[in-house]
Write a protein that binds this ligand. Structure first.
Ligand code: ADP
Ligand code: MG
Length: 225
C-alpha cells in the first residue's frame, strides 16, 4: 500500500475561526476515504487544501512523497479534481461542460469526443450531449459534474457531499458509479459526507471530523459502532 497524500499538522484559521486544527492524515493510493462530520466540522476546508485550491495556515502536505510548495503547487493541482457541493455547471450543453476541462489539458478533438461519450455512459447520461446542462434535474446536473470530473482521470477525486440534496435514485446511481470507477481505474477518492450510511457502504476508511479535529479514524464498522 502506497501513500498518495500525507497531511502533517495542518491548521487552517479564518480570522478567529479555527477551521482545521492539527490534522494528520495519510491517504492511501486506490482507497475510498470518507470524511464524516457535521456541518462546520471542516470537511470542505480540508478537501480544498487537498485540491490545492486553498493553502493551509500552517502544516505540510506531501503528494507522492514530495512536499507541496510554491514551485509545484500548480502541477499537483492538475493531479486532483474536486467536485463541489454546489454544482456549478456552465450554461451550455452537457457535452461542452465535459469537453471544457479536456480542452484546457490539450486533448485532441477526437480524444475529447471519445472521453466525453465514455463518461456520459458511465454516469448513465448517454445521448444527453446536446441537452442544455442547466435544464437538467438537480441529480442529473450532479451526474454531469461527476462525468466532467471523471473524464479528467486524475490520480485523486475529491468529492464534497456528492449526494446531498438529491433524490434516492440519483444517490444510488452516483454511489454505484463511484464504486465502479474506483475498482476499474484504481482512482483514489476522498468523499466528504455527513451521511453515515454512505460512509459505510462506499468506503474503505473513515475519519470522523469534529470541530476541525480528527476524532477517530478507521474502518467504517469501527467508527460507526
Ligand atoms: P463543513 O464542510 O464540514 O461544513 P467547512 O470546512 O465549510 O465545514 O467550515 C469549517 C469552519 O470554517 C466553519 O466554522 C466555517 O464557518 C469556517 N469557514 C470556512 N470557510 C471560511 C471562510 N472562507 N471564511 C471564514 N470562515 C470560514
Ligand atoms: Mg462543506
Amino acid at each position: 500500500m502506497k501513500t498518495l497524500m500525507e497531511l502533517e499538522n495542518i491548521n487552517k484559521v479564518y480570522g478567529n475561526v479555527t477551521a482545521l486544527n492539527l490534522i494528520n492524515l495519510d491517504i492511501v493510493e486506490g482507497e475510498v476515504f470518507s470524511l464524516l462530520g457535521p456541518n462546520g466540522s471542516g470537511k470542505t476546508t480540508l478537501l480544498r487544501i487537498m485540491a490545492c485550491i486553498e493553502k493551509p495556515t500552517s502544516g505540510e502536505m506531501r503528494f507522492k512523497g514530495v512536499k507541496v510548495d510554491e514551485g509545484n503547487i500548480n502541477d499537483v493541482r492538475l493531479k486532483t479534481t474536486m467536485v463541489f457541493q454546489k454544482t456549478a455547471l456552465f450554461n451550455t450543453s452537457v457535452y461542452k461542460n465535459i469537453a471544457y476541462g479536456l480542452q484546457l489539458r490539450g486533448y485532441s478533438k477526437r480524444e475529447i469526443d471519445e472521453k466525453a461519450k465514455e463518461v456520459m455512459k458511465t454516469v448513465r447520461l448517454e445521448g444527453y450531449g446536446k441537452r442544455p446542462a442547466k435544464k437538467l434535474s438537480g441529480g442529473e446536473q450532479q451526474r454531469v459534474a461527476l462525468a466532467r470530473a471523471l473524464a479528467l482521470d486524475t490520480d485523486v477525486l475529491l468529492l464534497d457531499e456528492p449526494t446531498a440534496n438529491i433524490d434516492p435514485k440519483n444517490i444510488s446511481i452516483i454511489e454505484e458509479v463511484l464504486s465502479r470507477f474506483n475498482k476499474e481505474r484504481k482512482t483514489t477518492m476522498v468523499i466528504a459526507t455527513h451521511n453515515m450510511f454512505q460512509a459505510e457502504t462506499l468506503t474503505n476508511r473513515v475519519a470522523l471530523l469534529l470541530g476541525g479535529k480528527i476524532a477517530q479514524i478507521g474502518a467504517p464498522q469501527e467508527i460507526l459502532r
